[in-house]
Design a binder for this molecule. Structure first.
Ligand SMILES: Cc1ncc(COP(=O)(O)O)c(C=O)c1O
Length: 396
């Protein structure tokens, strides 16, 4: 209880250093928007990371040795990740099957590079983060969309079966689902896994958002459903969302068979040193997993309050509708009843409210995103309240 009280104090308005963010936070955020605009765009927290992470980097740096690391990753990071997955996710991950990579984005890319040939097909959700389509198309393969509109209803994966052709190689699972915030239930995951097994498909399992799940919802990894499903699953995760380490570009792939690990490692180009995860980033991610659970608990508590504020406000605006996200710190707002396009509303909010949001355009989230915009609420109560008040005032 004491550490909870302590941790929540990290997420006050006085913790948010706008002077620094305006210099350092790119990707549509503070450093890329005009003065006066509040950027609720890329999902990247406005709070500094946990102090233990900065301490771990400083401690390592103090020795002034930055020699080449092991191509398969730092042993301490691999051990931390495997232990986290064994104890917190109930997934039997062995350290030897983990591969630190320079971001979850690159993890997705390596998996696609390893398993897709030109002309192959991979099924992605719609809407979903653009990274899946990007990595599939980079292999000259085709991304086939399976619609999962924002809803609290159980997804009927029987409909996904209809998209499978002889060219289908993989299903890309994003759990929790960015941008709708859906957290898949064990029954849904079992159904998805069964379809993958029956059709001999691989499951690219992106769990980068798995720490950000709001009560009463709970996270289940598809890799826990059965051994048969786990063996055709390759899990990717990252540290940008839970711990605010996006600029360190660190993530990890977890294979569940030796054969998969060997192929992924080879495709990663780590052995040749053309690619590899930065050693300081691995040290940071290891500290996050080992020592920053209390910080994450405080972050989640704060995010729960911000989620409720966003959902309540959006649902009080004529023509807007927002289902409370079960996970992810993004709100996905349905604006179809305004009669305007996502691009129109984005421009209106930018010009009149001075709030930047991400419009539901196909290039960000797929065709199913039209009629929506996304906001990230990983900021202070004061900044979120100010942004919401400005949006409400413009839309009234
Ligand atoms: C579902 C999903 N996967 C991967 C990423 C990329 O994470 P990283 O910063 O580790 O590349 C994101 C970032 O928004 C995401 O939402």
């Amino acid at each position: 209880m004491e550490s909870q009280t302590h941790a929540i104090s990290f997420f006050t308005n006085s913790s948010v250093r706008l002077d620094i963010l305006k210099q350092r936070a790119f990707n549509l955020r503070w450093a890329s928007v005009p003065e006066g605009v509040i950027p609720l765009t890329a999902a990247d927290p406005d709070f500094p990371c946990a102090p233990e992470i900065a301490d771990a980097i400083a401690k390592y740096a103090k020795d002034r040795y930055f020699s080449y690391g092991a191509p398969e990753g730092l042993a301490s990071f691999k051990a931390s990740l495997a232990s986290f997955y064994q104890t917190k996710r109930n997934v039997p991950v062995s350290p030897a099957m983990t591969l630190p990579v320079d971001s979850a984005a690159y993890g997705i890319y390596i998996i696609c590079k390893t398993y897709l040939q030109p002309g192959d097909e991979a099924i992605i959700f719609d809407p979903v983060d653009f990274l899946f389509k990007y990595s599939i198309e980079a292999q000259s393969a085709r991304a086939v969309s399976f619609a999962i509109p924002a809803s609290t209803e159980q997804v009927n994966f029987q409909d996904l079966q209809k998209l499978i052709t002889p060219k289908t190689r993989m299903i890309c699972l994003c759990n929790p689902l960015n941008p709708t915030g859906k957290v898949f239930t064990p029954a849904e995951l079992e159904e998805l896994g069964r379809i993958a097994c029956e059709n001999d498909l691989l499951i690219l399992n992106d769990e980068i958002w798995s720490d950000i799940v709001f009560q009463p919802h709970t996270f289940t990894s598809i890799a826990t459903i059965s051994e048969e499903i786990r063996k055709r699953t390759i899990t990717v995760t990252g540290f940008s969302k839970s711990y605010g380490l996006a600029g360190l570009r660190i993530g990890a792939i977890m294979a569940h068979t030796q054969e998969h690990f060997t192929s992924l490692f080879q495709a990663s180009l780590h052995q040749s040193t053309v690619h590899g995860a930065n050693i300081l980033s691995q040290v940071a991610a290891s500290a996050a997993l080992d020592s920053c659970g209390y910080w994450l608990d405080g972050f989640l508590q704060h995010l729960g309050a911000m989620r409720n504020r966003c959902v309540d406000t959006f649902n009080s605006i004529d023509g807007f509708h927002c289902i409370a996200p079960e996970g992810c710190y993004v709100a996905w707002v349905d604006i179809t009843k305004t009669g305007h396009s996502a691009e129109y509303i984005q421009q209106l909010l930018l010009e009149k409210a001075k709030v930047a949001v991400v419009p539901g355009l196909p290039q960000w989230f797929g065709a199913g995103a039209e009629g929506h915009f996304r906001v990230s609420f990983a900021s202070s109560n004061e900044i979120i309240e100010e942004a919401l008040a400005r949006i409400k005032s413009v839309m009234s």
